[in-house]
Design a protein around this ligand. Sequence first.
Ligand code: ZN
Ligand code: ZN
Length: 128
Amino acid sequence: MSEEMYVNGICHCGKIKITAQIEKNTVRACHCTDCQKMSGAPLRAIAIAPADKIIISGNPKEYVKIADSGNKRIQAFCSECGTQLYATDVDKRSYNLRTGFLEQKNELKPLHHVFTNSWMSWIRNIDF
Ligand SMILES: [Zn+2]
Ligand SMILES: [Zn+2]
C-alpha cells in the first residue's frame, strides 16, 4: 500500500507555485533520453500526483512532445526562469512532478530506476 505525501514547490523566479499529494511509492529516477536532454542532467527524478490532487498557480508553458509512437506528452516549465515542473498526458489525468523544485525533495527517495537502457555507464559507481 502506498503512502500519500503532501508536497509543494515554487519555480526559481517565483511565478509558479504547485502543491500536490503524491504517492510515495511512485518516486523514481528516470534515465530516458528526453529527461537527459530536457533537464540538462544525466537523470531526472519524478513523483506522480493524480489530477485531482494537484493545484497549480501561475501559467506554466507547455511544450508538447511527440514520441516515435505518435503519443503526445506535455512537458511543462516556467516560461520566465525555465524551471521544469511536470510532464502530463494530453488528457491531464496525472502529473509526473519533477522532484528537484519540491521542498520535500530530500524525502522523495527514488524507489525504482526506469529507462535503464539509456542510463550513464558510471551511474552505479559514484563514490563518496
Ligand atoms: Zn519561474
Ligand atoms: Zn524520463
